[in-house]
Each structure stands twice: as C-alpha cells, then as structure tokens.
Design a protein around this ligand. Structure first.
Ligand code: SF4
Ligand code: SF4
Length: 419
C-alpha cells in the first residue's frame, strides 16, 4: 500500500532503495506511536516509528543529511517491532531499521572485534567467559573499587558467569524417551551456552520426554541477531548461511528455539539471503518451543506446583514471531500454579540485544513501569523466554531489592516434569 510520491529514490544502493521502498508503505496514521517504548518515555516525535520512518525517507530523498540527531533517533530505537505488529499498512519496520543501520552505524574496533570475531566463536567466547569468571571471583573483590566509573558501570551490568562445568557443550544427540515420534534440532547459540546452558538442557529434556530425538548439529553458529540489530547485515547473512547448511538435514522436522531473539532472526533470515533455498528451509523449520510443545507435547506430564507466577512476553516472540497465546497455554499446563497476568507484559523490557549497554538510562526508564507492574502482581516467579530479557529483569529486580525469581519457561517446565 504505497503512498504516492513525486520524488524518486535518489540512491542506486540496493539496501537504500529497499529501505526507501518500504518507507512508502507508511501512511503516517500514527496508530503505532502509543506502542513505541521510546516514545512513551520521551514523547518526542523523532523517537517513534512514524517519526523515524519520516526521517529515513527525508534522508533518502536528500532533504536532510545523516546529522547526529538523525543517527541518535535511529540508534535509540529498540527494534522491538511493537510498531510492526500493530501497523495496518504492513510496514516491515525491523528490516527497514536493519538496512538503515547498515548505513548509519560505524562501530569502533573493539565493538567490531567483539561482534564479528568473539560472539560467533565458541572458543573465544569461552575464553572471555573464563576470564570474566576469574575477574568476578578473584580480582573484583580486591580491585573492583579502583575501576574508573565507566568500567565500574559496565562491570555492574555483566551477568555472573557460571562455572566451567555448567558451560560444557551439549552432546550432539539425545534420544527420545519412549517411542520415538520424530526428530528435531536445537540451536545451542552463542550467549546461551555461556550463561544459560541449563536452559538449553531443560529444553532438550522437554523435547526428549515429549518423544523426539534431539540433534545439536555440529558446524552450527550464532544466529546473527545481534549483528542484524547492529546493522552488520554482511556478518548476519554469513552466519545465517552457516546455520542454513548445519540445520539442513532431511531428517530434521523442526529447529526448536528457546531464545526469542534467535528464533526471530532465524525465521526472518530470508531477507538476508533472498536467493538461498537452504535459508528459506531454515526459516520455515524454525519454531519457538512454546508453539512446538503446545502442538506436539501431548505426552508431557507435570506435577502440581503451588507458585504464584507471572509472564513477560519477549518482543521477538510476541511481535516478531506472533506467539501471544502459545507461551501462556504451555505454562498453564502445569497444574496448581496461580497465574497472575502482568500489566504492560506486551511492552519491551528495555534489554533489546545490547541496548541496555548502549543506552542504560533509557533502558532503565523503559523497565521502571514494568517493575511497578511486576510488584503489583505479587508473583514470586517471573517467566520470560529470552536471555537478554532474563538478564534485564534480574538486574532491575536486584536494583529494587524485590524477591522475585526470573526463570526461563523451559527451566520452569522441565523442573515440574513428572519423570
Ligand atoms: S502504524 Fe504503520 S502506517 Fe501508521 S504511522 Fe505507524 S508505521 Fe506508519
Ligand atoms: S521498533 Fe520499537 S522502539 Fe523502534 S520504533 Fe518500533 S516500537 Fe519504537
């Protein structure tokens, strides 16, 4: 649904032209603005989807240049895609922003090294984790107070690293328990095995108990979500290509995901590799654990669990993958729980990849009303299915001194399984 324009796209660059074309779908109705977390905090038109699209279009038409204000308006977006989910014109804002950032972001050498070399490398990420653990356990108690303020803030944001044993790699094959129904695969991920390998193991436990052989294909890689978020489409595309090959086995029915951000990236990898049939297969096969287990987990039995529980929807599950009901249906299969819905559960928590590191103040301001909403539920457990969201919530809850445990739904469900 394109609005008429008399001004042709000025750039011959394919990415810029794509962004320009997509911007024409926006009819400036403003329906999306109230769902935009950055607009809710600032009330500033350049901090909402309509304003951002307007700026992108003006820049492509040569009416404005990429000024620091322009770049800031783009940088401050969480790419939560809440706007995309409510847009009546079908504006694909996530893709639009990814292509815009490909032209506006100029990461420094350290950030580039971390994103391009460390994150996709299991070996380098493992070394970084071991070094951080050593710092946290041995050196921080002695030298932590001597760090300059900026590094102290960063150190305070770093999650606690689990011991090496908890980070050991997943075995490549896990047989179904009982009669086999089929074969699925899981993505081990980049940050997940370092910080949340227990969540990966919990998912495998659920899948094998549901009757599926689980493969963890060798040669798989990071999903590229962080790179795409940062506008590094070249690396994101290269990583998607690696995974399209690794998960291409004909015996694999689905790739079952437990990280909302990774799931959204793998489901959406077609726009990075439009002419690659293996990427199209990967996108089609990728499914969130909630959808898969609601539809195929009829064998799972859970014990009575007396806990007051609430749930926060990760943006990349709710808005990017459209999974609103399945996570709740799955959680409610556990008998005995007292489930209390949380206000603002459909708004971003402010984690958004590494947004909370880049924009700590905005990120806290976005989380604050959600912390109030959490307190109102009286829940002792908050469930959310994305590693970044789990860390963001843990930090906020600690900051407020609240007594709420943050768990991934996979962990909660696997702990409640009847063996
Ligand atoms: S809802 Fe869609 S069409 Fe309306 S202003 Fe937002 S992006 Fe544009
Ligand atoms: S992606 Fe999220 S933060 Fe960015 S413009 Fe859309 S609603 Fe706002």
């Amino acid at each position: 649904m394109a609005t008429p324009t008399s001004t042709p796209a000025p750039s011959a660059d394919p990415a810029a032209r794509l962004a320009y074309t997509q911007s024409l779908d926006c009819v400036h109705c403003g329906l999306c603005t109230q769902y935009c977390p950055t607009f809710r905090v600032t009330g500033d038109e350049s901090q909402n989807p309509r304003g951002r699209i307007y700026l992108m279009r003006a820049e492509l038409e040569g009416r404005i240049t990429k000024t620091p204000d322009f770049i800031e308006a783009m940088d401050a977006c969480l790419v939560c895609r809440a706007c995309e989910a409510v847009c009546p014109s079908g504006v694909r804002f996530g893709e639009l922003m990814a292509h815009t950032r490909a032209e506006t972001r100029a990461p420094g050498p350290i950030r580039r090294f971390l994103l391009r070399r460390v994150i996709p490398s299991r070996r380098l990420l493992g070394m970084l984790a071991s070094f951080t653990l050593l710092w946290q356990q041995v050196f921080r108690p002695v030298f932590g107070r001597f760090l300059p303020k900026s590094l102290r803030t960063l150190d305070g944001m770093a999650p606690e690293i689990p011991e090496a044993d908890a980070r050991r790699p997943l075995e490549p094959f896990h047989p179904a328990v009982g009669e086999r129904i089929g074969t699925v695969a899981v993505l081990e991920g980049c940050v997940m095995p370092v910080l949340f390998q227990d969540v990966n193991r919990a998912l495998i436990r659920l899948l094998t108990r549901a009757g599926f052989d689980v493969r963890v294909p060798e040669g798989q890689s990071c999903c590229g979500a962080l790179h795409e978020h940062d506008g590094d489409l070249e690396t994101a595309g290269a990583l998607a290509k690696v995974n399209a090959r690794a998960f291409g086995g004909s015996e694999i029915e689905c790739v079952v995901m437990n990280s909302a951000g990774c799931g959204a990236a793998m489901k959406g990898c077609g726009h990075l590799l439009p002419d690659d049939p293996a990427a199209a297969t990967l996108a089609r096969r990728t499914v969130d654990m909630s959808r898969f287990l609601v539809e195929r987990g009829e064998r799972l039995r859970f014990r009575d669990t007396r806990l007051k529980i609430t749930y926060d929807a990760p943006c990349h599950l709710l808005h990017a993958q459209g999974e609103a009901k399945a996570p709740l249906e799955l959680i409610k299969k556990v008998p005995g729980i007292d489930f209390v819905p949380m206000d603002l559960a459909d708004l971003c928590c402010g984690a958004a990849g590494i947004y909370n590191v880049d924009h700590p103040e905005m990120s806290d301001a976005i989380l604050d009303p959600k912390l109030d909403a959490l307190a109102k539920t009286g829940a002792s457990v908050l469930l959310t299915g994305n590693p970044g969201c789990m860390l963001q919530w843990k930090r906020g809850i600690e900051r407020r001194g609240m007594k709420v445990r943050v768990l991934h739904p996979a962990t909660f469900l696997a702990d409640a399984l009847v063996d």
